[in-house]
Design a binder for this molecule. Structure first.
Ligand SMILES: [Zn+2]
Length: 190
């Protein structure tokens, strides 16, 4: 099933999400719902807090942009209990957007390399290094687990200019082709 996407301003997007146990209720269902919700809203990644669950899980599928970014072909993964242990390399700027912040794109600087520990959906453990576009998407989704949004990372001058746009978004003044939950609206479950 697809979930509505939680929109900027909702407090769950600001919580630090917790690890899950292997026997967490409906874990496989949640992962498949994350993928389904992500495809339905045409995102490249989706983190559990964005569907109202404060747990350290996100999913990514870079295939839709692999024509432009060949490195993303077949880059489809679930990250469970994700923990970035190292970030290094050059800070590089790139335009980002977020399903929780519709119709807004801004340039964000991020490190070019990361090391991340996580489990996949079959509970295999990984300790891997990613770079390039993969590292970019992972860092964006990972930030959601720590209550951080990409707009927190744009330069301070730009951020001041964004303030009124973000307030408007949090009040529902946006267009999206997917269902959403605004701040103040109740989540089905947390
Ligand atoms: Zn996002």
């Amino acid at each position: 099933m697809t979930y509505p996407i939680v929109i900027y301003g909702h407090p769950i997007l600001r919580k630090v999400a917790g690890d899950v146990e292997k026997d967490y209720p409906d874990l496989q269902q949640i992962i498949s719902d994350l993928f389904e919700t992500m495809y339905n809203s045409e995102g490249l990644g989706l983190a559990a807090p964005q569907i109202g669950k404060s747990i350290r899980i996100f999913v990514i599928d870079g295939t839709p942009v692999s024509d432009d970014e060949p490195s993303l072909a077949g880059f489809k993964k679930a990250f469970i209990n994700a923990h970035i242990t190292e970030k290094c390399g050059e800070l590089k700027p790139m335009n980002e957007g977020c399903l929780s912040i519709p119709n807004l794109r801004e340039e964000v600087n991020r490190e070019s390399h990361i090391r991340i520990e996580y489990y996949d959906e079959n509970w295999n453990f990984y300790n891997e290094i990613f770079d390039g576009y993969k590292a970019r998407i992972i860092q964006h989704e990972y930030d959601h687990l720590d209550g951080i949004l990409f707009t927190d990372k744009v330069n301070p001058l730009r951020r001041r200019l964004l303030k009124s746009k973000l307030t408007a978004i949090s009040k529902g003044k946006f267009e999206a082709d997917y269902r959403t939950i605004l701040p103040g609206q109740k989540l089905k479950s947390v």
